[in-house]
Design a protein around this ligand. Structure first.
Ligand code: RIB
Ligand code: CA
Length: 317
């Protein structure tokens, strides 16, 4: 985590928009402390043709059509793609109306962009922010293993332990879609900060919080409210909650204000050989093994502080 008073932190956002991904991208693009070198789309919530388009829609909404957006993996490394239209809608950004983007998609493959950027930027200068399945990152590590020592850190939304899973009883969606990719990333030795369901389920888009965003009164805040009102219906209808978990912006919030969060360094392994628990993040929270600590696992958050940070940045649009 570079000092806020210094140069902006260089980041690549790997994403499968997704309404919560979209809010994370808006948060990042609003910050003077982050230099978004590129946005790489991956298949996840919806197929790649939609995630790459949605990423460009959000960049244009943010007034940043110069942001470079790249398309990456169409499917997981070894498994068929599983998507989540039941949560995000058929477009992946259901809720607001929006036109096709005008800004172009970059011609370079996302994995090549990730490798090229990490090899050309000074070692340790670039943070990867992953908001979807880890396929692009694992493919980049496979293509150029030498990048592992050049990544400052990977801050990811993914996994769950005491909170269980949201796509199976044991697995969270981002990890479940490509467990082999997750296994490769967690075994890479790259410093990882993991935002699992245990913390994202504590940042709920309650009616009061949605009203605060609505009160900002901009076209961006309206778009966000319409996205979130669609996105949260899944949890409200299924679980009777007030709002839904705003998963992906926790990744960006960590970079901007890590003091909002707390957790502990643990060993995390990924199940890839069980039809019952494939994609499970097996977190040794109580340190009962001598397996190496490979991730800072975040469990708690100052939720009001998180939404204050989000509102402060959305107000800049
Ligand atoms: O399980 C939540 C994660 O899966 C979020 O990143 C959401 O966007 C979906 O990709
Ligand atoms: Ca996502």
């Amino acid at each position: 985590m570079s000092d806020q008073s210094q140069e902006p932190m260089k980041i690549i956002i790997d994403t499968d928009p997704g309404q919560d991904d979209a809010v994370a991208i808006l948060l990042a693009l609003a910050s003077e402390h982050l230099d978004v070198l590129g946005i790489t789309a991956v298949a996840g919530n919806v197929p790649l043709d939609l995630t790459q388009k949605n990423a460009r829609v959000i960049c244009e909404l943010a007034g940043k059509p110069e942001t470079r957006v790249f398309a990456g993996a169409r499917s997981p490394m070894e498994r068929p793609l599983v998507t989540a239209e039941n949560v995000h809608g058929s477009t992946g950004l259901n809720g607001p109306d929006f036109a096709d983007p005008i800004m172009a998609l970059q011609p370079q493959h996302a994995v090549d962009f990730i490798v090229e950027t990490l090899l050309s930027q000074p070692a340790g200068d670039v943070t990867l922010c992953t908001l979807g399945p880890l396929t692009n990152i694992a493919l980049a590590l496979q293509q150029a293993p030498e990048i592992a020592d050049r990544i400052e850190q990977i801050v990811m939304m993914g996994g769950g332990f005491f909170e269980g899973g949201n796509i199976t009883p044991a697995a969270e969606f981002n990890i479940y879609v490509d467990p082999e990719a997750a296994q490769s990333v967690f075994g890479s030795g790259v410093p990882i900060v993991m935002m699992p369901l245990d913390v994202t389920h504590k940042v709920m888009t309650t009616k009061k919080r949605i009203a605060r965003i609505e009160a900002l009164g901009s076209s961006v805040s309206r778009f966000v409210v319409e996205m979130l009102e669609f996105f949260e219906r899944f949890d409200e209808e299924k679980y009777g909650t007030d709002g839904g978990p705003l998963h992906d912006p926790t990744v960006i919030a960590w970079l901007l204000k890590p003091e909002l969060f707390s957790g502990r360094y643990c060993n995390v392994e990924i199940e890839t050989g069980s039809s019952l628990t494939d994609g499970m993040t097996v977190v040794d929270w109580w340190q009962v093994t001598d397996r190496a600590h490979n991730a800072l696992v975040i469990r708690d958050v100052n939720a009001d502080g998180f939404f204050d940070l989000l509102n402060e940045h959305l107000a800049r649009y």
